[in-house]
Write a protein that binds this ligand. Structure first.
Ligand code: PLP
Length: 482
């Protein structure tokens, strides 16, 4: 009979009931090789007596171990079962103690520059004015949607999204962005990052080439790489994406990712001749254009150009929208508008690629749009962001010690501040983080193309006008100290 003394200690403080603690300690002793196969365990009565616990406590532990195959009955009573080789990792040690096992090589380059809570700090690009969101209305619509749930709403829901939200989105993008579509072309997603991944899977094959903008949105590179595509950075100039004849001839793409309304991050608007040329050449090359219209709701100068999707009949354009900027990022709702030619088939495919949840939030959002709260909110935010952008420009003019000429600003929620050559944007962004500010270095948007100048991408939407002077002074001090 093995000596269980030293293997079992029920006196240690634990949230677990004693029967569970006993089971876990015996299991750990078996997996750790301290109780060997064939070793008989004491009878339940003897062990209960030795430990000073009720016999039922031991019976529970033995029965549980028996049910899971750690012990079995023999003519000697309860004995340890033969389990084959057991490994240290099975004893609850951290997986890092297991040499050779780690994350995949293809994600090795990701996540290194993320800092916890950076999103909540002033100047973080892409964060809307969260304190101005009409929570009371939103909460009421969410509660109403949850109250109206029926039993079937708890089952698997349409993978392309709730019909009323798809309809509301189609009506909205038709009216506001000139997107030519019906609700049957709309697929609701968890946001643009999700949409990009889905499109990579649905519209391209492993090994196909995807063009991305340089500088550009890193999320596109990640989504395409993870979809098994090869990625080619294409430069951006003052008129937006600018592929050369050589790009078309030598590196014809299957997907072309672009932000035509407001290039991210430089802020240029893809000119009309460029749009028409891109559509024609994409059509000739058999390529899909992925139009990421992430912040076009906030146009500050001149009338907005309509979406590329609706510019030409049957353009090979997939339109991507997100509610991360127009509502709030944590909502995680966005959408794809598929071209009519692939809409029906695409809907079926999506059912195998993704499952849709958040029924109540989808319905609340449909009501938010349908009842007019969405357009009212956008109108308020457009006005507010124009004021905040102006306040940022004025604060820079008053307190930024170097001559500068900001880029962007016709639309959206950020400006690019070019830095003098001696200032490293990465070093300044790191220093800024230490004083509670989160502009992003322009160099972080490099997608592998030619070197870019140093600069800061400065979100202004989530920074109140009254704080702008103070924050720019702080940033200038951080820069001067570098
Ligand atoms: C260019 C661009 N597209 C899309 C998004 C939004 O992505 P999501 O809908 O996944 O939040 C962002 C967010 O920062 C962005 O910068």
């Amino acid at each position: 009979m093995p000596d269980l003394h030293g293997l079992i200690d029920l006196s240690q403080p634990s949230d677990l009931p004693r029967q569970r603690l006993l089971y876990e300690q015996l299991r750990a002793a078996i997996l750790g090789g301290r109780l060997l196969a064939g070793a008989p365990l004491p009878s339940s009565r003897a062990l209960a007596q030795a430990l000073g616990v009720a016999r039922n406590t031991v019976i529970y532990a033995y029965e549980q171990l028996g049910a899971e195959g750690y012990v079995c009955s023999s003519r000697l009573g309860t004995v340890v079962a033969a389990l084959g080789p057991v490994r240290a990792a099975d004893q609850g040690q951290a997986p890092s103690a297991n040499p050779g096992l780690g994350l995949s090589k293809r994600v090795a380059a990701y996540g290194r520059f993320r800092t916890p809570h950076e999103d909540a700090l002033p100047f973080m690009p892409g964060i809307p004015a969260l304190d101005q969101f009409p929570w009371a209305t939103w909460r009421r619509l969410c509660e109403q949607a949850a109250r109206e749930h029926e039993v079937l709403d708890l089952s698997y829901r349409p993978a392309a999204g709730e019909p009323e939200l798809r309809q509301a989105i189609a009506t909205y993008v038709r009216a506001s962005r000139g997107v030519v579509c019906g609700a049957d072309q709309v697929i609701v997603t968890d946001g643009t990052q999700h949409s990009l991944g889905l499109c990579a899977q649905m519209l391209a094959d492993v090994g196909d080439l995807a063009w991305i903008e340089h500088p550009g949105y890193g999320g596109a590179r990640v989504a395409f790489e993870q979809g098994g595509l090869n990625v080619r950075p294409v430069p951006v100039d003052a008129e937006g994406l600018s592929p050369s004849d050589e790009d078309w001839a030598q590196h014809p793409p299957r997907l072309i990712y672009t932000t035509p309304s407001h290039q991210y991050p430089l802020g240029s608007v893809l000119s009309l001749p460029r749009r028409l040329a891109l559509i024609e050449r994409a059509r000739a090359a058999g390529a899909w254009i992925m139009e990421d219209d992430y912040d076009s709701e906030f146009r500050h100068e001149g009338p907005p150009l309509a979406a590329m999707q609706g510019l030409v009949e049957e353009a090979p354009v997939v339109y991507l929208g997100t509610f991360s900027k127009s509502m709030f990022p944590a909502l995680r709702l966005g959408f794809i508008v598929l071209p009519q030619a692939v809409a029906h088939q695409g809907q079926g495919v999506v059912a195998d690629l993704a499952r849709r949840g958040q029924v109540a939030q989808q319905r609340a959002l449909a009501a938010f749009i349908h009842e007019g709260h969405f357009t009212t909110h956008l109108r308020h935010m457009r006005r507010l962001y124009a004021l905040r952008q102006q306040a940022l420009r004025e604060a820079l003019a008053a307190h930024w010690p170097w001559p500068h000429h900001t880029r962007g600003g016709q639309a959206g929620m950020h400006l690019v501040l070019p830095l003098p050559e001696h200032l490293s944007d990465a070093a300044l962004a790191t220093a800024a983080m230490k004083v509670g500010l989160s502009p992003r270095p322009l160099s972080a948007y490099g997608t592998g193309g030619a070197a870019m100048g140093s600069g800061l991408v400065m979100g202004y939407a989530n920074t109140p006008e009254a704080d702008m002077d103070r924050h720019i002074q702080t940033l200038a001090q951080a820069a001067a100290a570098l």
